[in-house]
Design a protein around this ligand. Sequence first.
Ligand SMILES: [Zn+2]
Length: 254
Amino acid sequence: MDVLITGTGDAFSSQHHGSSSLVRGPEGWIAIDCPGGVLRAWREASEVSGCLVDPFEVKDIILTHLHGDHCGGLETIGFMFRYMYPGSEGKPGPRPRLHALPEVLERTWERLAAAMDGSRGTSEAVHELETYFEPHALVEGGEVDVAGCRVKARRTSHGIPTAALLIAGPDACLGWSSDTEFDTELVTWLSESDCIVHECGEGPKHTTSEELSTLPEEVRSRMRLMHRPDTAPPLDPGLSLLGEGELLCIKSST
Ligand SMILES: [Zn+2]
């Protein structure tokens, strides 16, 4: 399973893109989160890794939650597919699928409407979320298919509805903590995967490196970190930070 790391920053980073990645599923690329400047993040990661991704080939977006450093690029992607799709000759392009917890989907349009509803200064909205995206609910305790991968979601403790993910492809499984306070039960749930990408935001409603250092070596050896503040000191040995443009080739450990 290939996972291209497209952003490793936290919400206040001036050096990195918002924490995000592109996962190569059997039926196409899946974006995990969609930060502001998303097309630049994807292009730069493509160039660094040599793994070229055409943005129009990213037809599935999993949105973990509605903080701006995770969802600020949705307007770009929605407009891009609708109005810039190659060969669509003025007709709307295909809608990308947007996968998120039901309560996240319910409020996504609140963030986008002012820029995307086409009301031209009147109160009459012309467009809605479904104009641009095909919404699909992630089911906690269940499993959904995303581009040929089996995706499970679990709510995290982060102040607003947020989903951690297990994404199982044909040959390996990725665990994605998303934004969360340190939660050993969540880590246990994520440990079903072959590689855990965990946040290390250090602040309130986030996880600290000190907390992650308490995890067993067996878990830490399969864990890579992101969402770390620009000003945070270097990590202790035994913890490993991801880099933008890094291409993880995850193999099943069984
Ligand atoms: Zn957040």
